[in-house]
Design a protein around this ligand. Structure first.
Ligand code: MG
Length: 369
């Protein structure tokens, strides 16, 4: 089998609700564009992935994918996946990491279709379902977080994660309001999105620890390993770092060597696809560390994340970032959370997700090729 063409169909995503997750996203909403990546082969099979998100249109990275990665892929056997992965990483300086992630996801999708199995079976299945947690946007007041947390708890979700306003005094009030509302036995996490200096990170962390929160995510700047080491020595609540920077497999090494975080983290979009995630999760496993998968920014990336989760032991949850209108688009049937709080991995060949090709056709803006 040979790759004969690589195209990226840019399609409009409209009516995105006004949303913010913190200063790293600002306020976004309105319109964006996703890209449908198609790896076309001489056997009639295609591999697919989505590029982009509600806050970061695929126009940002799309041309880089076509200019810098397409020439590496043309004429190659898509089942030489590890070799192709090594080759596309060599183009990272020009292409960026998100296009590498999209190509890697599409190569796995193609392999699954060629062999007639879901990606998690190719990787080696560990589980077919996992508890989901609701992950908030930044909300207007502590009461809004408390209400949202209770609503998801009552609907059967396994846990609730706070993205706070990122002003430490207010953040503490949000944490206290949520714990009071959901009671002592419900699982709650705090994701402070790289917002504090060291003293504020200690203050908020001690509160989250006293409230019995499950983990404390990204309190300090994403490459401030020096202060993460200090923070971890001061707190007993597990620290979860490494969601960013946008980087590949080797970026995890110093975090482990310096004992700067309790768990590792990543997603297919910003770490280079399924291949990097599985390698990183296995690396973490050698140190008895969990690898908690970050949401993927678009519907098909979340399906790809779910295949990784289904094929690794050392992970606890599937993240569902709220609201749906800023995260779910382009599939006929998106991932759903059951009354039991679980998500189930698709079992069709490849990604196993039903892409809404009619919608994409109606909303096509242009095709990069
Ligand atoms: Mg996070």
């Amino acid at each position: 089998m040979k790759i004969t063409d690589v195209t990226l169909t840019l399609f409009a995503w409209d009516s995105i609700p006004a949303t913010t997750y913190g200063s790293h996203t600002g306020q976004f909403g309105g319109s964006s564009q996703l890209g449908l990546l198609r790896l076309i082969t001489d056997q009639g099979l295609e591999g697919h992935a989505f590029l982009g998100s509600a806050m970061n249109p695929a126009t940002t990275d799309g041309q880089g994918l076509i200019t810098h990665l397409k020439p590496v892929l043309l004429g190659r056997d898509p089942l030489d996946r590890e070799r192709l992965n090594q080759d596309i990483w060599r183009r990272q300086r020009a292409a960026g990491v998100r296009p590498i992630g999209a190509v890697d996801v599409a190569l796995w999708d193609l392999a699954g279709k060629a062999i007639g199995q879901p990606i998690h079976r190719l990787l080696g299945t560990y589980r077919e379902s996992i508890p989901a947690y609701a992950s908030s946007a930044v909300l207007a007041a502590p009461e809004a977080y408390a209400e949202e947390a209770v609503r998801h708890r009552d609907a059967g979700w396994a846990a609730y994660k706070i993205h706070p306003p990122t002003r430490w005094r207010e953040d503490i009030k949000v944490c206290e309001a949520v714990r009071k509302a959901v009671g002592d036995d419900y699982t709650v996490m705090l994701d402070s999105t790289w917002s504090y200096d060291f003293p504020a990170a200690v203050r908020v962390g001690l509160v989250a620890q006293d409230l019995g929160f499950h983990w404390y995510e990204d309190p300090l700047a994403d490459q401030d390993i020096y202060n993460y080491v200090k923070l971890k020595q001061k707190l007993s609540i597990p620290i979860l770092a490494t969601e960013y920077p946008i980087a590949g497999y080797e970026s995890y090494a110093p975090w482990i060597m310096l004992q700067a975080t309790d768990f590792l983290r990543g997603d297919v979009a910003v770490k280079g696809g399924i291949t990097t995630l599985v390698k990183a999760a296995h690396l973490a496993e050698a140190f008895r560390m969990n690898f908690e998968v970050h949401h993927g920014g678009n519907s098909l990336n979340n399906v790809a994340n779910l295949h990784v989760i289904a094929a690794i032991r050392n992970t606890e949850f599937f993240e569902v970032l709220l609201p749906d209108g800023a995260q779910k688009y382009g599939l006929q049937q998106d991932i759903v959370i059951g009354r039991d709080g679980l998500v189930h991995v698709p079992n069709g060949p490849g990604l196993g997700a039903a892409i809404d090709f009619d919608l994409i056709k109606r909303k096509t803006v242009t095709v990069l090729s």
